[in-house]
Design a protein around this ligand. Structure first.
Ligand SMILES: Cc1cc2nc3c(=O)[nH]c(=O)nc-3n(C[C@H](O)[C@H](O)[C@H](O)COP(=O)(O)OP(=O)(O)OC[C@H]3O[C@@H](n4cnc5c(N)ncnc54)[C@H](O)[C@@H]3O)c2cc1C
Length: 386
């Protein structure tokens, strides 16, 4: 069998997830969002089917697969019109960090709920003043007897309202400045001193973003995941999965937009024959198909490298995949709107909402510019520019 295609098992997984997601679809997703409702029933169904924790070791309720499997689940959900950002944070980032750096007791406590969807964990690193410059985060952990006291602010944190816990990235009090040595804590969303407020967003999604206020939140010793002296490795463990999942979110969304545009281009007639017969409509869609396939291939490469344990090579590939996928998604969403003419802006067809959803991929989880900085420096050997 060619090594350039996914395994039969992976392809079958995609089919199964697509089948499950088709019961819900984009109308369900946007309908829930516009009604201020969540997609909990879909979340629980993918959890029950074993797809949500497919990357987590079997002994903790997972499927024992790799990030490539989880990325396939994320992509197929998005391709069916249900792009779920929380797939990126709960099983991919938190599931990976806890699987790799948690104690046995921590794994038993948190991983089963992440896998079956009954106890979602979200991820908080971004801060209002630090932004992209993670080395400047100011959320600080102070030792207090056996436990810790946490103080700080976080912003743009997805899904806090749907989560039982947040994996928070902080720094220790004795390392308040300079290069960050991150320390990670699992904080219950109902902990005294932990507050959050929703940020009104223009994204049509049931998943919301929040500003988080952490004021003297007291935590037991076992809230700390990994080394108490901090270490980049325990944070970086989550970042390659995050980028691979971000890429899959984008390629899935792009596939959905393209499928809808092609269907419309085949059926809409205004001159002689369907509008898809005009190259001005057909070529941009063909271009999108090529760009999406290239981004998917790079995403699969990044996942394969990560799952094979080559984190260094996976880092470069994951950045490139995330970049290519976000670009493909933004261009495809724009072309899908154009193909639909006036209906492209209507709520009924739902294409315009894809513009904003696709645009997220250029900003989060890492911005387009920071990927280009990475490639300039690490792939091309150019001087650091920031
Ligand atoms: C929908 C959504 C969901 C999110 N979910 C989460 C989440 O769950 N958890 C979490 O922790 N964070 C989350 N984020 C935050 C996201 O990771 C950040 O928005 C992103 O990293 C950019 O940071 P910023 O918004 O502070 O932009 P800034 O750092 O203020 O940057 C603004 C612009 O300047 C550019 N820029 C900055 N520095 C440089 C440089 N050195 N060279 C070139 N360009 C530069 C950036 O690329 C960007 O375009 C989410 C964001 C969004 C939009």
């Amino acid at each position: 069998m060619s090594t350039f295609t996914e395994s039969e098992e992976r392809q079958e997984l995609r089919k199964q997830v697509a089948r499950l997601a088709s019961k819900y679809g984009h109308d369900y997703f946007t309908g829930q969002a516009r009604a201020g409702q969540k997609t909990t029933d879909l979340w629980l169904e993918i959890g029950k089917a074993g797809y949500l924790g497919i990357n987590v070791p079997e002994e903790y309720g997972g499927g024992g697969g790799g990030i490539g499997d989880l990325a396939a689940v994320c992509e197929e959900l998005a391709a069916a019109g249900c792009p779920l950002l929380l797939m990126v944070v709960s099983p991919a980032i938190c599931g990976t960090v806890i699987s790799r750096y948690g104690t046995e007791a921590q794994k038993q406590k948190w991983l089963p709920g992440i896998c079956d969807g009954t106890s979602t964990m979200v991820f908080a690193i971004t801060e209002p003043d630090a932004g992209t410059n993670t080395h400047n985060i100011a959320t600080t952990a102070r030792k207090d007897g056996d436990g810790w006291v946490l103080n700080g602010r976080k912003i743009w944190i997805s899904g806090v309202d749907e989560a039982d816990n947040v994996l928070i990235v902080a720094r220790t009090e004795d390392a308040k400045t300079g290069k960050i040595k991150p320390v990670l804590f699992v904080v219950p969303t109902d902990a005294p001193g932990f507050e959050y407020t929703a940020i009104p967003m223009e994204i049509v999604s049931p998943e919301s973003q929040f500003q988080v206020f952490i004021d003297d939140v007291r935590l037991p010793a076992d809230a700390l995941v990994g080394d108490e002296n901090g270490g980049l490795a325990q944070l970086f463990a989550g970042l390659n999965p995050e980028r691979i999942m971000g890429a899959s979110f984008s390629t899935g969304l792009a596939r959905y937009a393209l499928e809808r545009a092609v269907a419309y281009a085949k059926e809409r007639e205004v001159f002689n024959g369907p509008i898809g017969g005009h190259q001005a409509i057909a070529h941009p869609l063909a271009q999108s198909h090529i760009e999406i396939e290239m981004a998917r291939l790079m995403t699969q490469k990044a996942a394969a490298l990560y799952d094979a344990g080559d984190e260094f090579a996976a880092g470069e590939a994951a950045n490139m995949a995330k970049y290519a996928a976000a670009e493909a998604a933004c261009d495809t969403a724009d072309r899908a709107v154009q193909t639909h003419g006036g209906f492209g802006i209507s709520q009924e067809y739902g294409m315009a909402a894809l513009l904003v959803a696709a645009r997220v991929g250029r900003i989060a989880p890492v911005s387009r510019e920071m990927v280009l900085n990475f490639v300039s420096m690490h792939s091309l050997g150019l001087p650091k520019s920031y």
